[in-house]
Design a binder for this molecule. Sequence first.
Ligand SMILES: Nc1ncnc2c1ncn2[C@@H]1O[C@H](COP(=O)(O)OP(=O)(O)OP(=O)(O)O)[C@@H](O)[C@H]1O
Ligand SMILES: [Mg+2]
Length: 329
Amino acid sequence: MYYINVDGLKKCYRKEVRGDTLKDTIKSLFKREYKEIKALNGISFTVEKGEMVGIIGPNGAGKTTLLKILSGVLYPDEGNVTIDGFVPWERKETFLNRISFFMGQRGFLGVTVWDIPPVDGFRLIKEIYGIDEESYGERVEGFSEILNVKHLLKTPLRKLSLGERTKVELIASLLHLPEFILLDEPTIGMDVISQKRIWDFLKEYNNETGATILITSHYTRDLEELGKRIIVLHKGKILFDGEKKQLQEKVKGMREFRVRCRDRNVKLPAEVYKWEGDTAVFNAPDGEVKKLAFTIAGIDGVIDIHIEDPAFEDVIRRVFKEADNEEVS
Ligand SMILES: Nc1ncnc2c1ncn2[C@@H]1O[C@H](COP(=O)(O)OP(=O)(O)OP(=O)(O)O)[C@@H](O)[C@H]1O
Ligand SMILES: [Mg+2]
């Protein structure tokens, strides 16, 4: 028996279709038209206790929907889920007490009063979960030390930056030491150093407590930080489920060059796969990035060069070509 069993999960949303014209708006007052969106279209996987799994995919892939179902916030249309024997949407208290669903800065503290400092919110959580004084003190101290927010615990929430708020929300969501944690894009909008702190913190938490952790992201660069196992979601289906190394092997050699040129007639020593205005976009193997950058910098008509990790949409397009052709209806 696995810790998490997900079998044939499907979820459709009904979205109202509206035109842009005044006529359309008036028409929609009398007759509403809906379109079905298959957010999850038959998802199955299992997870062992203590695993840390990264779920990645572009915008609209179904990541948040999947986490909402696993945390018991949302019912699926079809399929079964058990987590340590519990069915999440039955919302048994023993289950809810053992999990945490982290959605960035829209967490527990944010729904309380904005004028209160994090530490007051933490105290409230302590009471709700009946955490003893000693464990509470240790956890607040330890977590805020690693995340570097110790000096902010008495500052009203509304005075904290987005990244700082995310960090104190993360602490709030882990104070009861959950053994199953769902994190929806935990590092969004953070500077690189803060992101690193969060990743290190989660790995440490996973090591120390043996908690099972699922994390979503839509950045290719996060691959490095996510757990050993990666699930790639796209249009409500799983395109890849396996060792991160295997996926990294596929993504390798895909650094993306974005070269702004005087016009599209500038000759570049690479196969341009798309132009965005006067910016040429192409990929280069990792080993050739430096050489190519120097060569391009010397070409007449080149204005600017950016080298980035490829956008996830591009990874999907190139690595999983076949699957991308399937349209979601
Ligand atoms: N409440 C809703 N009503 C209608 N459609 C929805 C609703 N929530 C999500 N969707 C649609 O379902 C699909 C999957 O959405 P979901 O939020 O799960 O994707 P995601 O992978 O989390 O994307 P992102 O990276 O943008 O957060 C999208 O097409 C989205 O527009
Ligand atoms: Mg999402």
